[in-house]
Design a protein around this ligand. Structure first.
Ligand code: HEC
Ligand code: HEC
Length: 277
Protein backbone atom coordinates (compact mmCIF):
# COMPACT_ATOMS: atom_id res chain seq x y z
CA UNK A 1 0.00 0.00 0.00
CA UNK A 2 2.77 2.42 0.98
CA UNK A 3 4.52 1.65 -2.27
CA UNK A 4 1.39 2.49 -4.29
CA UNK A 5 0.96 5.75 -2.40
CA UNK A 6 4.57 6.60 -3.11
CA UNK A 7 4.10 5.99 -6.84
CA UNK A 8 0.90 8.02 -6.92
CA UNK A 9 2.82 10.81 -5.20
CA UNK A 10 5.61 10.65 -7.74
CA UNK A 11 3.20 10.65 -10.71
CA UNK A 12 1.11 13.52 -9.32
CA UNK A 13 4.22 15.49 -8.42
CA UNK A 14 5.66 15.05 -11.92
CA UNK A 15 2.36 16.05 -13.52
CA UNK A 16 2.20 19.25 -11.46
CA UNK A 17 5.85 19.92 -12.25
CA UNK A 18 5.23 19.41 -15.96
CA UNK A 19 2.18 21.69 -15.90
CA UNK A 20 4.19 24.42 -14.18
CA UNK A 21 7.03 24.00 -16.64
CA UNK A 22 4.62 24.13 -19.60
CA UNK A 23 3.07 27.25 -18.10
CA UNK A 24 6.48 28.89 -17.71
CA UNK A 25 7.30 28.17 -21.35
CA UNK A 26 3.89 29.06 -22.77
CA UNK A 27 3.23 32.22 -20.75
CA UNK A 28 5.87 34.40 -22.47
CA UNK A 29 4.89 33.04 -25.91
CA UNK A 30 1.27 34.08 -25.32
CA UNK A 31 2.23 37.40 -23.78
CA UNK A 32 4.27 38.24 -26.86
CA UNK A 33 1.19 37.72 -29.06
CA UNK A 34 -0.99 39.80 -26.73
CA UNK A 35 1.43 42.72 -26.60
CA UNK A 36 2.62 42.60 -30.22
CA UNK A 37 2.42 46.01 -31.90
CA UNK A 38 0.44 46.50 -35.08
CA UNK A 39 1.23 50.18 -35.41
CA UNK A 40 2.38 50.02 -39.04
CA UNK A 41 -0.69 48.39 -40.67
CA UNK A 42 -2.39 50.39 -43.45
CA UNK A 43 -5.75 51.86 -42.36
CA UNK A 44 -8.27 52.82 -45.02
CA UNK A 45 -10.62 55.77 -44.64
CA UNK A 46 -14.37 55.34 -44.95
CA UNK A 47 -17.04 57.97 -45.50
CA UNK A 48 -18.74 58.80 -42.24
CA UNK A 49 -22.16 60.25 -43.04
CA UNK A 50 -23.92 62.78 -40.87
CA UNK A 51 -27.61 62.93 -40.12
CA UNK A 52 -30.13 60.90 -38.18
CA UNK A 53 -30.79 58.21 -40.81
CA UNK A 54 -27.15 57.03 -40.84
CA UNK A 55 -26.95 57.08 -37.04
CA UNK A 56 -30.18 55.06 -36.75
CA UNK A 57 -28.78 52.48 -39.15
CA UNK A 58 -25.55 52.55 -37.15
CA UNK A 59 -27.42 51.77 -33.96
CA UNK A 60 -29.01 48.75 -35.66
CA UNK A 61 -25.55 47.57 -36.73
CA UNK A 62 -24.14 48.04 -33.21
CA UNK A 63 -26.84 45.65 -31.95
CA UNK A 64 -26.87 43.06 -34.75
CA UNK A 65 -23.06 42.89 -35.02
CA UNK A 66 -22.95 42.26 -31.25
CA UNK A 67 -21.17 45.41 -30.00
CA UNK A 68 -23.85 45.95 -27.33
CA UNK A 69 -23.48 42.31 -26.20
CA UNK A 70 -20.00 43.02 -24.81
CA UNK A 71 -19.88 46.80 -24.43
CA UNK A 72 -23.35 46.96 -22.77
CA UNK A 73 -26.55 48.41 -24.16
CA UNK A 74 -25.54 52.08 -23.77
CA UNK A 75 -21.99 51.17 -24.89
CA UNK A 76 -20.46 52.43 -21.65
CA UNK A 77 -18.55 49.14 -21.43
CA UNK A 78 -18.46 46.45 -18.80
CA UNK A 79 -16.00 44.39 -16.84
CA UNK A 80 -15.60 41.31 -18.97
CA UNK A 81 -13.82 39.41 -16.25
CA UNK A 82 -12.39 40.28 -12.85
CA UNK A 83 -10.91 37.21 -11.18
CA UNK A 84 -7.56 35.58 -10.45
CA UNK A 85 -7.74 33.12 -13.35
CA UNK A 86 -8.86 35.33 -16.28
CA UNK A 87 -7.62 38.59 -14.79
CA UNK A 88 -9.20 42.02 -15.04
CA UNK A 89 -10.46 42.68 -18.54
CA UNK A 90 -12.82 45.59 -19.18
CA UNK A 91 -14.63 45.93 -22.52
CA UNK A 92 -13.97 49.62 -23.15
CA UNK A 93 -16.43 52.44 -22.59
CA UNK A 94 -17.09 53.58 -26.17
CA UNK A 95 -18.82 56.84 -25.23
CA UNK A 96 -17.26 60.30 -24.85
CA UNK A 97 -17.85 60.28 -21.08
CA UNK A 98 -15.00 60.11 -18.52
CA UNK A 99 -13.08 56.87 -18.98
CA UNK A 100 -14.53 56.46 -22.50
CA UNK A 101 -12.60 56.38 -25.77
CA UNK A 102 -14.82 58.48 -28.06
CA UNK A 103 -13.50 61.90 -26.99
CA UNK A 104 -9.99 61.11 -28.18
CA UNK A 105 -10.85 58.82 -31.12
CA UNK A 106 -10.35 60.12 -34.67
CA UNK A 107 -12.23 58.61 -37.63
CA UNK A 108 -9.18 56.51 -38.47
CA UNK A 109 -8.94 55.26 -34.87
CA UNK A 110 -12.50 53.90 -35.17
CA UNK A 111 -11.73 52.10 -38.44
CA UNK A 112 -8.51 50.64 -36.99
CA UNK A 113 -10.25 49.49 -33.79
CA UNK A 114 -13.29 47.89 -35.45
CA UNK A 115 -11.99 46.60 -38.78
CA UNK A 116 -8.45 45.69 -37.72
CA UNK A 117 -8.80 44.85 -34.01
CA UNK A 118 -6.04 47.30 -33.06
CA UNK A 119 -6.12 50.16 -30.52
CA UNK A 120 -4.77 53.64 -31.36
CA UNK A 121 -1.50 52.76 -29.57
CA UNK A 122 -0.97 49.79 -31.92
CA UNK A 123 -1.86 47.15 -29.31
CA UNK A 124 -4.24 44.29 -30.09
CA UNK A 125 -7.76 44.25 -28.66
CA UNK A 126 -8.37 41.08 -26.71
CA UNK A 127 -11.77 39.35 -27.34
CA UNK A 128 -12.89 41.55 -30.26
CA UNK A 129 -14.17 39.49 -33.22
CA UNK A 130 -12.06 39.12 -36.36
CA UNK A 131 -15.18 38.94 -38.55
CA UNK A 132 -15.52 42.71 -38.20
CA UNK A 133 -12.85 42.97 -40.89
CA UNK A 134 -15.58 41.93 -43.36
CA UNK A 135 -17.91 44.82 -42.44
CA UNK A 136 -18.72 46.92 -45.53
CA UNK A 137 -17.66 50.56 -45.87
CA UNK A 138 -21.26 51.68 -45.68
CA UNK A 139 -22.06 49.68 -42.54
CA UNK A 140 -18.82 50.72 -40.86
CA UNK A 141 -19.42 54.38 -41.78
CA UNK A 142 -22.94 54.32 -40.35
CA UNK A 143 -21.76 52.48 -37.23
CA UNK A 144 -19.05 55.09 -36.60
CA UNK A 145 -21.56 57.90 -37.26
CA UNK A 146 -23.69 56.39 -34.50
CA UNK A 147 -20.78 55.81 -32.10
CA UNK A 148 -19.68 59.43 -32.51
CA UNK A 149 -22.99 60.73 -31.21
CA UNK A 150 -24.05 58.34 -28.43
CA UNK A 151 -24.72 60.06 -25.09
CA UNK A 152 -21.62 60.28 -22.87
CA UNK A 153 -21.52 57.96 -19.84
CA UNK A 154 -18.75 58.16 -17.22
CA UNK A 155 -17.00 54.98 -16.10
CA UNK A 156 -14.08 54.01 -13.96
CA UNK A 157 -12.92 50.51 -14.86
CA UNK A 158 -9.71 49.12 -13.36
CA UNK A 159 -6.74 48.82 -15.72
CA UNK A 160 -6.48 45.67 -17.80
CA UNK A 161 -4.46 42.84 -16.29
CA UNK A 162 -4.22 39.32 -17.71
CA UNK A 163 -4.67 36.36 -15.36
CA UNK A 164 -2.31 33.38 -15.90
CA UNK A 165 -4.72 31.53 -18.21
CA UNK A 166 -5.04 34.26 -20.86
CA UNK A 167 -1.43 34.20 -22.19
CA UNK A 168 -1.32 30.38 -21.92
CA UNK A 169 -4.60 30.04 -23.86
CA UNK A 170 -3.17 32.45 -26.44
CA UNK A 171 0.06 30.46 -26.76
CA UNK A 172 -1.76 27.18 -27.45
CA UNK A 173 -4.19 28.80 -29.92
CA UNK A 174 -7.38 28.68 -27.83
CA UNK A 175 -7.52 32.47 -27.95
CA UNK A 176 -6.14 34.44 -30.87
CA UNK A 177 -6.38 38.22 -30.97
CA UNK A 178 -8.43 39.38 -33.98
CA UNK A 179 -5.47 41.49 -35.15
CA UNK A 180 -3.44 38.32 -35.66
CA UNK A 181 -6.18 36.60 -37.72
CA UNK A 182 -6.95 39.51 -40.03
CA UNK A 183 -5.07 40.07 -43.31
CA UNK A 184 -4.61 43.82 -42.83
CA UNK A 185 -3.58 44.61 -46.38
CA UNK A 186 -6.15 42.42 -48.19
CA UNK A 187 -8.09 44.36 -50.86
CA UNK A 188 -11.60 45.33 -49.72
CA UNK A 189 -14.38 43.03 -50.97
CA UNK A 190 -17.01 44.64 -53.21
CA UNK A 191 -19.68 46.50 -51.28
CA UNK A 192 -22.73 44.31 -50.68
CA UNK A 193 -26.08 45.68 -51.83
CA UNK A 194 -28.67 45.38 -49.03
CA UNK A 195 -31.65 43.28 -50.14
CA UNK A 196 -33.37 39.93 -49.82
CA UNK A 197 -30.70 38.12 -51.85
CA UNK A 198 -28.31 35.20 -51.40
CA UNK A 199 -25.36 37.61 -51.83
CA UNK A 200 -26.50 39.87 -49.01
CA UNK A 201 -27.21 36.82 -46.84
CA UNK A 202 -23.67 35.63 -47.50
CA UNK A 203 -22.33 38.99 -46.30
CA UNK A 204 -24.43 38.85 -43.12
CA UNK A 205 -23.56 35.21 -42.48
CA UNK A 206 -20.14 36.31 -41.17
CA UNK A 207 -22.10 37.04 -37.98
CA UNK A 208 -23.30 33.41 -37.83
CA UNK A 209 -19.98 31.80 -38.79
CA UNK A 210 -18.13 32.71 -35.66
CA UNK A 211 -20.33 30.15 -33.87
CA UNK A 212 -21.70 27.96 -36.67
CA UNK A 213 -20.18 25.86 -39.44
CA UNK A 214 -21.75 25.15 -42.85
CA UNK A 215 -23.33 22.11 -41.11
CA UNK A 216 -26.10 24.40 -39.95
CA UNK A 217 -27.46 24.19 -43.52
CA UNK A 218 -28.16 20.46 -43.28
CA UNK A 219 -30.02 20.98 -39.99
CA UNK A 220 -32.32 23.39 -41.80
CA UNK A 221 -33.31 21.02 -44.59
CA UNK A 222 -36.78 20.29 -43.19
CA UNK A 223 -37.36 23.85 -41.97
CA UNK A 224 -39.59 26.51 -43.48
CA UNK A 225 -38.59 30.16 -43.66
CA UNK A 226 -40.88 31.03 -40.73
CA UNK A 227 -39.19 28.37 -38.58
CA UNK A 228 -35.84 29.95 -39.34
CA UNK A 229 -37.03 33.48 -38.62
CA UNK A 230 -38.52 32.34 -35.32
CA UNK A 231 -35.37 30.50 -34.32
CA UNK A 232 -33.00 33.38 -35.03
CA UNK A 233 -35.19 36.25 -33.93
CA UNK A 234 -37.15 34.73 -31.05
CA UNK A 235 -35.01 31.75 -29.95
CA UNK A 236 -37.82 29.24 -30.51
CA UNK A 237 -37.43 25.92 -32.36
CA UNK A 238 -40.09 24.59 -34.81
CA UNK A 239 -41.48 22.38 -31.99
CA UNK A 240 -42.02 25.49 -29.85
CA UNK A 241 -39.14 24.83 -27.45
CA UNK A 242 -36.81 27.64 -26.42
CA UNK A 243 -33.15 26.92 -27.21
CA UNK A 244 -29.69 28.46 -27.05
CA UNK A 245 -30.57 31.48 -29.18
CA UNK A 246 -32.99 32.70 -26.51
CA UNK A 247 -29.81 34.15 -24.93
CA UNK A 248 -29.22 36.32 -28.00
CA UNK A 249 -32.65 37.98 -28.32
CA UNK A 250 -31.18 41.38 -27.54
CA UNK A 251 -28.83 40.87 -30.50
CA UNK A 252 -30.49 38.84 -33.26
CA UNK A 253 -34.00 39.81 -32.13
CA UNK A 254 -33.15 43.14 -33.75
CA UNK A 255 -32.72 41.65 -37.25
CA UNK A 256 -35.22 42.97 -39.78
CA UNK A 257 -37.19 41.04 -42.39
CA UNK A 258 -34.80 41.81 -45.24
CA UNK A 259 -31.81 40.57 -43.24
CA UNK A 260 -33.56 37.39 -42.15
CA UNK A 261 -34.85 36.61 -45.65
CA UNK A 262 -31.35 37.16 -47.06
CA UNK A 263 -29.87 34.87 -44.40
CA UNK A 264 -32.51 32.22 -45.04
CA UNK A 265 -31.78 32.28 -48.79
CA UNK A 266 -28.06 32.05 -48.17
CA UNK A 267 -28.26 29.13 -45.73
CA UNK A 268 -30.62 27.36 -48.15
CA UNK A 269 -28.11 27.84 -50.95
CA UNK A 270 -25.53 25.92 -48.88
CA UNK A 271 -27.80 22.90 -48.64
CA UNK A 272 -27.31 20.48 -51.56
CA UNK A 273 -30.67 18.79 -50.85
CA UNK A 274 -32.82 21.90 -51.18
CA UNK A 275 -31.93 24.58 -53.73
CA UNK A 276 -33.20 28.07 -52.84
CA UNK A 277 -36.78 28.94 -53.76
C1 HEC B 1 -16.88 39.48 -27.52
C2 HEC B 1 -16.95 40.77 -26.91
C3 HEC B 1 -16.83 42.00 -27.74
C4 HEC B 1 -17.57 42.35 -28.85
C5 HEC B 1 -18.65 41.54 -29.51
C6 HEC B 1 -17.14 43.67 -29.22
N1 HEC B 1 -16.14 44.09 -28.41
FE1 HEC B 1 -15.11 45.82 -28.57
N2 HEC B 1 -13.86 45.21 -27.10
C7 HEC B 1 -14.06 44.12 -26.29
C8 HEC B 1 -13.04 44.10 -25.26
C9 HEC B 1 -12.90 43.06 -24.14
C10 HEC B 1 -12.21 45.23 -25.49
C11 HEC B 1 -10.98 45.64 -24.70
C12 HEC B 1 -9.83 44.99 -25.38
C13 HEC B 1 -8.48 45.39 -24.89
O1 HEC B 1 -8.33 46.45 -24.26
O2 HEC B 1 -7.54 44.62 -25.21
C14 HEC B 1 -12.76 45.90 -26.67
C15 HEC B 1 -12.20 47.03 -27.24
C16 HEC B 1 -12.84 47.82 -28.17
C17 HEC B 1 -12.33 49.07 -28.66
C18 HEC B 1 -10.98 49.69 -28.31
C19 HEC B 1 -11.07 50.55 -27.10
C20 HEC B 1 -9.74 51.16 -26.72
O3 HEC B 1 -9.29 50.85 -25.61
O4 HEC B 1 -9.16 51.93 -27.51
C21 HEC B 1 -13.29 49.58 -29.50
C22 HEC B 1 -13.25 50.90 -30.23
C23 HEC B 1 -14.36 48.60 -29.57
N3 HEC B 1 -14.06 47.54 -28.75
C24 HEC B 1 -15.51 48.73 -30.34
C25 HEC B 1 -16.40 47.69 -30.60
C26 HEC B 1 -17.45 47.75 -31.59
C27 HEC B 1 -17.80 48.97 -32.42
C28 HEC B 1 -18.04 46.51 -31.61
C29 HEC B 1 -19.12 46.01 -32.53
C30 HEC B 1 -18.85 46.12 -33.96
C31 HEC B 1 -17.36 45.70 -30.59
N4 HEC B 1 -16.38 46.46 -30.00
C32 HEC B 1 -17.68 44.39 -30.29
C33 HEC B 1 -15.03 43.16 -26.43
C34 HEC B 1 -15.93 43.12 -27.48
C1 HEC C 1 -22.70 33.45 -30.18
C2 HEC C 1 -22.86 32.21 -30.88
C3 HEC C 1 -23.92 32.13 -31.97
C4 HEC C 1 -24.10 32.98 -33.03
C5 HEC C 1 -23.31 34.22 -33.35
C6 HEC C 1 -25.16 32.41 -33.82
N1 HEC C 1 -25.62 31.25 -33.25
FE1 HEC C 1 -27.10 30.05 -33.97
N2 HEC C 1 -26.84 28.80 -32.40
C7 HEC C 1 -25.93 28.94 -31.40
C8 HEC C 1 -26.02 27.82 -30.49
C9 HEC C 1 -25.17 27.61 -29.24
C10 HEC C 1 -27.04 26.99 -31.00
C11 HEC C 1 -27.51 25.66 -30.44
C12 HEC C 1 -28.34 25.95 -29.30
C13 HEC C 1 -28.97 24.78 -28.65
O1 HEC C 1 -28.86 23.65 -29.17
O2 HEC C 1 -29.58 25.03 -27.62
C14 HEC C 1 -27.55 27.63 -32.19
C15 HEC C 1 -28.57 27.12 -32.97
C16 HEC C 1 -29.06 27.73 -34.12
C17 HEC C 1 -30.18 27.25 -34.90
C18 HEC C 1 -31.04 26.03 -34.61
C19 HEC C 1 -30.52 24.82 -35.29
C20 HEC C 1 -29.74 24.00 -34.35
O3 HEC C 1 -28.52 23.86 -34.54
O4 HEC C 1 -30.34 23.50 -33.39
C21 HEC C 1 -30.33 28.09 -35.96
C22 HEC C 1 -31.36 28.01 -37.07
C23 HEC C 1 -29.33 29.11 -35.83
N3 HEC C 1 -28.56 28.87 -34.70
C24 HEC C 1 -29.15 30.14 -36.72
C25 HEC C 1 -28.19 31.15 -36.59
C26 HEC C 1 -28.00 32.19 -37.55
C27 HEC C 1 -28.77 32.35 -38.86
C28 HEC C 1 -27.01 33.00 -37.07
C29 HEC C 1 -26.46 34.27 -37.68
C30 HEC C 1 -27.40 35.33 -37.80
C31 HEC C 1 -26.60 32.44 -35.80
N4 HEC C 1 -27.32 31.29 -35.55
C32 HEC C 1 -25.62 32.98 -35.00
C33 HEC C 1 -25.02 29.97 -31.26
C34 HEC C 1 -24.88 31.04 -32.11
Amino acid sequence: MRKIMKWIGIVLGSLIGLALLAGLVLYPIGLEKLTRSYSDIPIETVDIPTGPAAAARGRHIAIVWECTKCHSENLSGKLFSDDLIMGTIPAANLTSGKGGVAASYTDVDWVRAIRHGVKPNGQVEIYMYDYYSTMSDRDLGDLIAYLQQIPPVDSNYPAMQFGPIVPIATAVGLLTPAAELIDHSAPRPTEPVPGATVEYGKYLSAICFHCHSPNLASKLEKWKQDDFVNAVRAGVLPDGKKFGHAKFLKTFGEMNDTELTALWLYWQSLSPAKPPK
